[in-house]
Design a protein around this ligand. Structure first.
Ligand code: G3P
Length: 286
C-alpha cells in the first residue's frame, strides 16, 4: 500500500513496474531485482507521507508482570487490555489498568462491556477517570458507534475494537474514533488473509482522509507486526510472547557469542575497558 496522493516520490505504479519488469525480463538477474526491491523499499520508506508517524509498539495484555518486563526494554508506547485479558488476572481491574498506565506512560485501552449506548458512555467516562492515559475501548456495533461519538465529544479518546472490514473501519472513523483496531489473528483463524484486509482498511481510511489511527491487534506472531509496519499502520499491539519472539535471530546470538569469546581471548583488553569505565565513573560519578 503506497499513498497514491503522495507527491514526494513516484511510487505505486512505477516502482512496482520496475520490480515487475525485472521479473518478466528474459535472463532474469537476481541482483537487479534485489536492487529494484531495495529501491522500492526506499521509495516505500520515503513514500510514508510526513503525516504517517513511525509505527508504535503496544503490549496487549492484562498482566502487570508482563508489562513491567517489556516496559524495561524501553520499546513500549502504550498498551491494550480487553475483558478476556483482564479476566485472566487476579486483583482489582482498576488498579491493574492504573499500574499499566504508570508503566507504559502512553495510551492504555480499557474496554466497556455494556451493550446499550447510555451504559457504554457512563462506563467509558468512569474508566477514563482511572488515569489520564486511559483510552476507552468500545466494541464495534451501532450502539458502539453512538457511544464513541458521545465519548469523543466529551474529549475522551476511543479505541473502536473488533473491526474486521474496511466498511466497519470507515464507520468507526466516521464516528470520530481515535483508534480503529483490526484483529489480524481472528481473520486468519477463518482463512481470511488479514494482510489484505489491513491493507484495504489503511487504503480506505487514508484515501478518505480519515484521521483515526490503525491498531493492528490480535497479533499471533512476529510477521504480523512486520506486515502492520509495512502497511503503514500507526500502532501494532502484541502479546508479550510475540514481542519476545521478535527479539530472536540465530545469527544475533551466535554473533554476540563470538564477540564475547574473541574479546575474552585477550584478557588485557578486558582490563583496559574496565579501567576506562572505572576512570570515567570516578570522574563523573555516573
Ligand atoms: O486486544 C485484542 C486481542 O487481545 C485479541 O487477540 O489473540 O484473542 O485474537 P486474540
Amino acid at each position: 500500500m503506497l499513498n497514491a496522493n503522495c507527491k514526494r516520490l513516484p511510487c505505486k505504479g512505477e516502482n512496482a513496474a520496475c520490480l515487475q519488469g525485472s521479473l518478466d525480463t528474459p535472463g532474469y538477474d537476481g541482483n537487479r531485482v534485489l536492487a529494484a526491491i531495495a529501491a522500492l523499499g526506499r521509495a516505500r520508506a520515503a513514500c510514508a507521507c510526513s503525516n504517517l508517524a513511525p509505527i508504535r509498539l503496544f503490549i496487549d495484555t492484562g498482566s502487570v508482570a508482563e508489562v513491567e518486563e517489556i516496559a524495561s526494554w524501553g520499546i513500549l508506547s502504550g498498551a491494550t487490555t480487553n475483558p478476556s485479558l483482564l479476566a485472566k488476572e487476579d486483583g482489582d481491574p482498576g488498579e491493574i489498568v492504573q499500574r499499566i498506565c504508570e508503566l507504559v506512560r502512553g495510551p492504555v485501552s480499557a474496554e466497556v462491556v455494556s451493550q446499550d449506548v447510555e451504559s457504554m458512555v457512563n462506563e467509558g467516562r468512569a474508566l477514563r477517570e482511572l488515569h489520564q492515559h486511559v483510552t476507552v475501548k468500545v466494541p464495534f456495533n451501532k450502539e458502539g458507534l453512538a457511544a464513541t461519538k458521545a465519548l469523543i465529544d466529551d474529549g475522551i479518546p476511543v479505541n473502536m475494537t473488533l473491526v474486521f472490514s474496511p466498511n466497519q473501519a470507515l464507520l468507526a472513523a466516521a464516528s470520530g474514533a481515535t483508534y480503529v483496531s483490526c484483529f489480524m489473528g481472528r481473520l486468519d483463524d477463518i482463512s481470511i488473509d488479514s494482510a489484505v484486509v489491513l491493507e484495504e482498511i489503511a487504503d480506505t481510511l487514508r484515501a478518505g482522509g480519515m484521521t483515526s489511527e490503525i491498531i493492528a491487534a490480535s497479533i499471533r506472531h512476529p510477521e504480523h507486526v512486520v506486515t502492520a509496519a509495512r502497511l503503514g499502520c500507526e500502532i501494532a499491539t502484541a502479546p508479550a510472547k510475540v514481542l519476545e519472539q521478535m527479539l530472536n535471530h540465530p545469527l544475533t546470538e551466535a554473533g554476540a557469542e563470538k564477540f564475547r569469546a574473541d574479546w575474552e581471548s585477550r584478557p588485557e583488553f578486558g582490563e583496559w575497558l574496565r579501567g576506562l569505565t572505572e576512570k570515567r565513573l570516578a570522574a563523573t560519578g555516573s
